[in-house]
Ligand binder design. Structure first.
Ligand SMILES: Cc1cc2nc3c(=O)[nH]c(=O)nc-3n(C[C@H](O)[C@H](O)[C@H](O)COP(=O)(O)OP(=O)(O)OC[C@H]3O[C@@H](n4cnc5c(N)ncnc54)[C@H](O)[C@@H]3O)c2cc1C
Length: 617
């Protein structure tokens, strides 16, 4: 059976990759070990969060599906970091994980050009350095010039509870038995990573009087620009704390925890520690907070965010029951640690195509990342790049200065991931202009070029751009002096006789958009998103200009190409730099400068070397 493309995995990466290919006209096959884990939220029943919310909005801006799915299945919405600057404000939605799965499965089933099929891939077929297809465990062969591996945490995965190890995937799904071996046969190195999840408890056995309720927020927009009437406060979450008795139980049983007993060696996520890790790493802390989150409206299961563990089942119950409010709690699913194989992303090009096998792409947790959003971002990137390559068009222009997706891809293929990689705003040096609310301004035109942005989204985008232009025009008009002074006096500022426009007023610290709109109605009728964009760009003008200069400098280095095949031949380079450069084979001086272990001195050597090379060629 012949296809244009095959996507192995229907997790968060596989979904976006399959849809990107099918929606740009390619006959695509999406295979999964089980169709019951399509879009399965193996861990927290939530989408978004700090920096992750930015990724979801960028996926949406490119024409992806995750934002829409979250809006249609969310039960609570919160804007994180409200008290901080707009660059780090990020949406986080509690979603109904069963409705999320059902929604995504329906979208894949109904997508034109897409065939959804249950089947476990055991082998990757290649010929002459190019991928040609896959073979499944039941002996079916599918051919295609593009194969995207989005196999997540299933490659030879082991679930560990105390000293009990079972060869299973998340939540007991069947694991991928043979693909690891097939990848090693192709010379693709594998590493062992690990993560963990908390128990799922019966919410009817919780004493909520002893926990703090967490409500959602009403007045915020959704992940998807096109979503209307999102119900943001359907459910609540609860905040609770561990105590000294909990810590005592964990300390007493630390030797039974797979990580501390030495049973598992996989590298874990620094930013998603198990409760054992927290007790060891932050021994001075009297209590650790956790959030109790409903898994869905159709179940009593609750997810205990922050208390993931690999301790034995009996110890887990004792530990959970030591917590105020959980004295009579019943566990429905044990917490567990999971170890799995993943690849070294330094083997990939910035398009996520493998350097040695044309047409073979990797996306998601298999690349050493952690998180639904990070996975989906890689899925749409790999899917669109494969689609563009099939059409002989240049790859998706996502870079460190236009998107978090660009930061994610560049970090993976340039710096690698020695532990599960989680996106954070601090990773983005140009984060001031990579706000979640302007993702469409940064990426929708590129999604249009790639063919994934439909007419409705493009019209919406054009309208927003026009609104911003109109808002900018209005905000550069001089304002009535008396009204300006009324506002300044109301804010305890001294009146002025200098003519002022809104842009100038926005730069004044005490002037917020809310106080401005209380005194002026000149922006009434313009979309709030457009007004917010003009307001933020005016308010942070100084910082943005400084960032622009930095961007100019880094863009200059990005434009300095590197086409050296063997760095050990470059005189003056240090040994470590030669090794790292030969492994990554950067395409530009800019990318070379971000490789860990390559110093500014090495970069100077490269610039001089390329200068001489270009002169003689
Ligand atoms: C226990 C656990 C805890 C986690 N904790 C966190 C956390 O705290 N924070 C966080 O951000 N993220 C966490 N995650 C990670 C999060 O679940 C993943 O990042 C995300 O699901 C990765 O998406 P993906 O698309 O790469 O892979 P997955 O969602 O894992 O999907 C992989 C897909 O590939 C399919 N597949 C695999 N091998 C084959 C094959 N050979 N043939 C056919 N199909 C195949 C599977 O059936 C599945 O559909 C956790 C995951 C687990 C399992």
């Amino acid at each position: 059976m012949i296809y244009d493309a095959i996507v192995v995995g229907t997790g968060h990466a596989g979904i976006e990759a399959s849809l990107a290919l099918a929606r740009t006209g390619f006959k695509t096959l999406a295979l999964s070990i089980s169709l019951d884990n399509v879009g399965y939220l193996a861990c927290n029943p939530s989408i978004g969060g700090t920096a992750k919310g930015h990724l979801v909005r960028e996926i949406d801006a490119l024409g992806g599906e995750m934002g829409k799915a979250a809006d249609r299945t969310l039960t609570q919405l919160r804007m994180l970091n409200r008290s901080k600057g707009p660059a780090v404000q990020s949406l986080r939605a509690q979603v109904d994980k069963y409705k999320y799965h059902a929604y995504m499965k329906r979208v894949l089933e109904q997508q034109e050009n897409l065939t959804l099929r249950q089947g476990e891939v055991k082998e990757i077929l290649t010929s002459g350095g190019a991928v040609t297809g896959v073979v499944t465990e039941v002996g079916l062969t599918y051919s295609a010039p593009v194969v995207i591996l989005a196999c997540g945490v299933y490659l030879k995965s082991d679930i560990i509870v105390g000293s009990v190890i079972r060869g299973k995937g998340p939540a007991g799904f069947t694991r991928a038995e043979s693909l690891s071996g097939a990848l090693e046969k192709l010379g693709i190195e594998l590493r062992r990573f690990k993560t963990g999840t908390p128990a799922r408890i019966d919410m009817r056995t919780v004493d909520f009087k002893k926990l703090e309720v967490q409500y959602g927020e009403e007045d915020i927009y959704s992940f998807c620009e096109l979503s209307k009437g999102v119900r943001a406060t359907e459910s609540v979450c609860w905040l609770g704390y561990t105590n000294e008795r909990t810590h005592e139980i964990i300390r007493k049983n630390l030797g039974k925890s797979p990580k501390y007993s030495g049973l598992i060696h996989g590298v874990g996520a620094r930013y998603c520690p198990s409760v054992e890790d927290k007790i060891v790493r932050f021994a001075d802390k009297e209590r650790h907070q956790f959030f109790l989150e409903p898994e869905g409206s159709g179940t009593v299961e609750g997810y205990v965010q922050g208390l993931s563990t690999g301790l034995p089942a009996d110890v887990q119950l004792e530990m959970y029951r030591s917590i105020a409010g959980f004295e009579k709690v019943e566990i429905m699913r044990d917490a567990y640690a999971i170890e799995y194989d993943c690849i070294d992303p330094l083997m990939l090009k910035p398009t996520l195509e493998h350097k040695e096998f044309s047409g073979l792409y990797f996306a998601g947790q298999i690349n050493g990342t952690s998180g639904y959003e990070e996975a989906a971002a890689q899925g749409i990137l790999a899917g669109l790049n494969a689609s563009l390559k099939l059409r002989g068009m240049p790859p998706l222009a996502v870079t460190r200065d236009n998107s978090y997706i660009g930061v994610l891809a560049d970090d993976l293929v340039t710096r690698g991931a020695d532990e599960p990689y989680r996106m954070m705003t601090s990773r983005a040096e140009f984060r001031l202009s990579l706000r979640q609310d302007n993702a469409d301004l940064r990426l929708t035109p590129e999604g249009k070029r790639a063919g994934l942005v439909n007419k409705l989204r493009w019209t919406h985008y054009r309208k927003k751009v026009a609104d911003i232009e109109e808002a900018r025009r209005i905000c550069s008009q001089p304002l009535p002096q008396d009204k300006v002074n009324n506002l300044l006096c109301a804010l305890g500022e001294s009146p002025t006789c200098n003519p002022m426009d809104a842009v100038t007023l926005f730069r004044r610290t005490p002037v917020t958009l809310e106080t401005f709109e209380e005194h002026f109605d000149i922006l009434r009728g313009i979309s709030p998103a457009a007004v917010f964009d003009v307001y933020v760009n005016a308010r942070y003008d100084g910082y943005l200009k400084r960032q622009e200069r930095l961007r100019g400098e880094s863009a200059r280095c990005e434009k300095m190409p590197l086409d050296i095949t063997d760095y050990s031949a470059v005189e003056g380079l240090r040994m470590e730099a030669r090794e790292k450069l030969n492994k990554v084979r950067p395409s530009s001086i800019g990318q070379a400068s971000r490789i860990s272990g390559v110093t500014p001195a090495d970069i100077n050597v490269l610039i001089i070397y390329m200068g001489r090379k270009n002169k003689t060629s």
